[in-house]
Design a protein around this ligand. Structure first.
Ligand code: FAD
Ligand code: PYC
Length: 415
């Protein structure tokens, strides 16, 4: 695989850009792999990448029913932060955030990480107390956040109205090295690196069944035939319940749509990310100038991967007091993704009742930011057969044992 660089760009420019290689190969599946990952979203691809990079396991297939990154990874609003309350969450989200800092160099692929700063507005006294508590917890965890005053909020984001009649801004939890990255590039960067290590990314291939024998997985049935594997990783976000059922176990998880929308592009007016969780809304400005806007999850379980009119109205109505500027904006497009929600709003990175089958899911409305940390932890679990320090708390037995990792405040839009 040729390295991307300014010299490569100059060389190819002289050659009318005819010499670029395909970023990843599209092979037919082999009969057998050491490991199969179901789902080529960010988490599945990152799992494969760290299986190769950290553990030397490269006889790996990543099987995707659609196109890589076409699930929630390519549909999310790209907010990256690690301002979580509980220690295990802060550890994995901060690991992920720190990996984002060097991801472009590590993958030799520009993921456009932009640590522009993320603030979560406190618009009720309850939130003030909640975010002050999180700021103290973050200080102990080594996560750099700060509870800031309304005046500082206004300085950082002048288009904000901090004196709204219903929900004045009382402060904010500010993470200066939070930010955004280009979601497709994260998937593409991992895919290219996996392909370069000799792994097979098999798109347009749906897993329809899991073949088991004596309590272990032997392989998966797919629309391209049977594919054998030594280990199986299920990383399918909103479809986790369905694939787990194929493997014969149940998950404490619900699937629900989360929607987002963007406005017409306007001049730069906002260089931070703002989340207003009380009213279920958030906003940032993309490099193209569009305002990227989202709200809460649909109030009912569904697998409908698209937007709906009521959501545009609800989200804009919620945000308009705090961002009066959006009353004059035209909205350009909207979409939805199916997110996988657990009761404590924390993920599952776990062994399963099948000896060589592992599951990574439950990232719900907040898994984009976690992709590198989650892939790192899942690869460790799959390679060693038992969870390392990053994954240890996230086993699915916690729901039976009552060891919840309650992140309902940090989950923001999903609470
Ligand atoms: P996905 O990217 O969904 O990948 C799973 C893949 O599995 C899919 O490509 C799917 O096609 C495939 N698959 C499913 N079933 C099968 C099968 N049977 N066979 C083969 N393949 C299968 N998170 C943040 O951190 N910040 C945000 O700002 C943010 N905003 C969001 C906004 C929206 C509108 C949405 C929908 C989500 C948002 N999220 C955000 C959440 C984030 O997108 C997800 O948590 C994350 O992308 C999940 O990644 P994944 O790789 O697990 O899932
Ligand atoms: O987890 O930060 C987040 C988030 C923002 C919007 C959707 N999820």
């Amino acid at each position: 695989m040729k390295r991307y660089s300014v010299f490569a760009l100059a060389r190819e420019a002289l050659n009318y850009h005819l010499g670029w290689e395909k970023a990843w190969k599209s092979p037919e599946p082999k009969a057998q792999y050491d490991a199969v990952i179901v789902g080529a979203g960010g988490h599945g691809l990152a799992t494969a990448y760290y299986l190769g990079r950290n553990h030397g396991i490269t006889n790996v297939a990543i099987i995707e029913k659609g196109w890589l990154g076409g699930g929630n990874t390519g549909r999310n609003t790209t907010i990256i932060r690690s301002n979580y309350l509980q220690d295990p969450s802060a550890a994995i989200y901060e690991k992920a955030r720190s990996l984002y800092e060097t991801m472009s160099q590590d993958l030799n692929y520009n993921v456009m990480f932009s640590p522009r700063g993320v603030m979560m507005l406190a618009q009720t006294h309850h939130e003030v107390r909640g975010y002050q508590r999180t700021a103290h917890a973050n200080a102990l965890q080594g996560v750099v956040t700060e509870f800031i005053s309304p005046q500082r909020v206004k300085e950082l984001c002048p288009i904000l109205n901090i004196d709204g009649p219903r929900y004045p801004v009382l402060g904010a939890l500010w993470q200066p090295r939070g930010g955004t990255a280009r979601h497709d590039a994260v998937a593409w960067g991992y895919a290219r690196a996996c392909s370069a290590m000799g792994m097979d990314i098999i798109q347009q291939c749906e897993v329809t069944g899991v073949r088991t024998e004596g309590g272990v997985v032997r392989g998966v049935e797919t629309t391209k035939g049977h594919i054998g594997c030594g280990k199986l990783g299920i990383v399918v976000a909103g479809h986790s319940g369905q694939v787990a059922e194929m493997a014969g176990f149940r998950l404490p998880i619900e699937a629900v749509a989360l929607q987002a929308l963007v406005s017409e592009p306007i001049k730069p007016c906002m260089d931070v990310v703002v989340m207003a969780n009380t009213v279920h809304g958030y906003m940032s400005q993309s490099d193209k100038g569009e305002m990227v806007i989202g709200g809460g999850t649909d109030g009912f379980n569904n697998y409908t991967q698209r937007g709906s009119f009521h959501h545009i109205e609800e989200t804009l109505r919620a945000l308009i007091e705090t961002f009066p500027i959006i009353s004059r904006l035209k909205m350009l497009r909207q979409w939805g993704g199916i997110v996988d929600m657990t009761g404590d709003r924390s993920p599952i990175i776990s062994r399963t009742p099948l000896g060589n089958c592992f599951i990574n899911c439950g990232w719900g409305t907040g898994g984009f930011k976690a992709i590198p940390g989650s892939g790192w932890a899942m690869a460790d679990l799959m390679a060693r057969g038992e969870p390392g320090p990053l994954a240890a708390a996230f086993g699915m037995e916690r729901f039976r044992e009552g060891r919840f990792i309650d992140e309902s405040v940090a989950a923001g839009v999903a609470h």
